[in-house]
Ligand binder design. Structure first.
Ligand code: UTP
Length: 295
């Protein structure tokens, strides 16, 4: 294995998606369709898996609810029914073959109880083992501003700094109360910074007092983009919170464990050259459907 080479990605998709109820009563939000830039109608999860694989990731672990195992297996592991396959265009038959190859790189992991995003990440511990891994949100898709994909950019920064990396994007003050937010000290202006604090869903007042970043407009902050490169040390902090039943807003969260990871090992923030598209809220999903195809 090359130095710093990252082989595995984890995508948690076991949440209930309450903000998209009642659609999520019957369709997982990670299976909602988007039209990708290749013009295909794809479930969100597939676009995320493709982002990982195209960045050189060899194995992807997706964390699902036990009841959803079959539907994800149907998408990612099983060929279409013979009757459907025969009716597909030659291009889609080829794509179906490619899907089967992709499926061989995917492992389905279980989260027995929906105890939060951090808990879902912890469910990947035994599969990840002792390697750094790429963590990707299950309800965000990405479009790069440059030739290199967003996931590739994060992997490159990890290779460069050899430390935990959190992908970032500039967010206006009005929306940071919905996001994970960070602050730090620029190492490379507007690109790479040494993170000095992570904070989940700050109020505007808190952010203005504690999360300002030098050189940024007064109304702008750095929010979490949804791509992280983490060392397996994160599992120790998640285990600690789970064992102590330390919950925030009723769930085991990731951000407070990222803050502990930062304190112990250090963390680099990287402002990704690209855009993340949220699919987890009705209007955000609608806008993603419109904008993503042509970005
Ligand atoms: P969200 O914070 O979006 O939660 O999860 P959610 O439950 O899916 O959706 P809302 O907030 O109720 O609308 C972020 C990611 O973590 C996964 C989700 O599937 C999503 O990809 N997740 C969340 C889990 O895998 N398990 C959980 O217990 C919670």
């Amino acid at each position: 294995m090359q130095k710093n080479q990252v082989r595995k990605a984890v995508i948690p998709v076991a949440g209930f998606g309450t903000r998209l109820f009642p659609a999520t009563k019957v369709v997982k939000k990670e299976l909602f369709p988007i039209i990708d830039r290749d013009g295909r109608a794809k479930p969100v999860i597939l676009a995320i898996i493709e982002e990982a694989i195209s960045a050189g990731i060899a194995e992807v672990g997706i964390v699902v609810q036990p009841d959803d195992k079959e539907i994800f297996e149907n998408l990612l592991k099983n060929p279409p029914k013979k009757e459907l396959l025969e009716k597909l265009s030659p291009q889609n038959q080829e794509y179906s073959q490619y899907l089967e190859d992709l499926g061989s790189k995917i492992t389905i992991l279980l989260q027995e109880e929906q105890l939060g995003y951090g808990h879902a990440v912890f469910c990947a511990k035994d599969w990840v083992q002792n390697e750094p891994f790429l963590l990707m949100l299950g309800d965000h898709i990405y479009a790069s501003d440059i030739e290199k994909s967003c996931a590739s950019q994060v992997l490159d920064v990890y290779e460069q700094v050899n430390q935990n990396v959190v992908g970032l994007t500039t967010m206006p003050a009005e929306i940071i109360h919905k996001a994970g937010c960070i602050t730090g000290v620029w190492q490379e202006l507007n690109s790479i910074l040494s993170v000095t604090q992570l904070y989940e869903k700050p109020t505007i007042e808190y952010a203005k007092q504690h999360l300002r970043v030098e050189g940024m407009a007064e109304n702008d902050f750095l929010g979490i983009f949804g791509l992280y490169l983490l060392t397996p040390k994160i599992f120790d902090f998640l285990a600690e919170h789970i064992n102590q039943n330390f919950r925030e807003r009723g769930e085991f969260q990731l951000t407070s464990c990222l803050e502990k990871l930062r304190q112990e090992e250090g963390m680099t923030g990287y402002v990704v050259k690209g855009k993340c598209f949220d699919t987890g809220l009705p209007d955000a999903y609608r806008q993603t459907m419109i904008d993503f195809r042509n970005f």
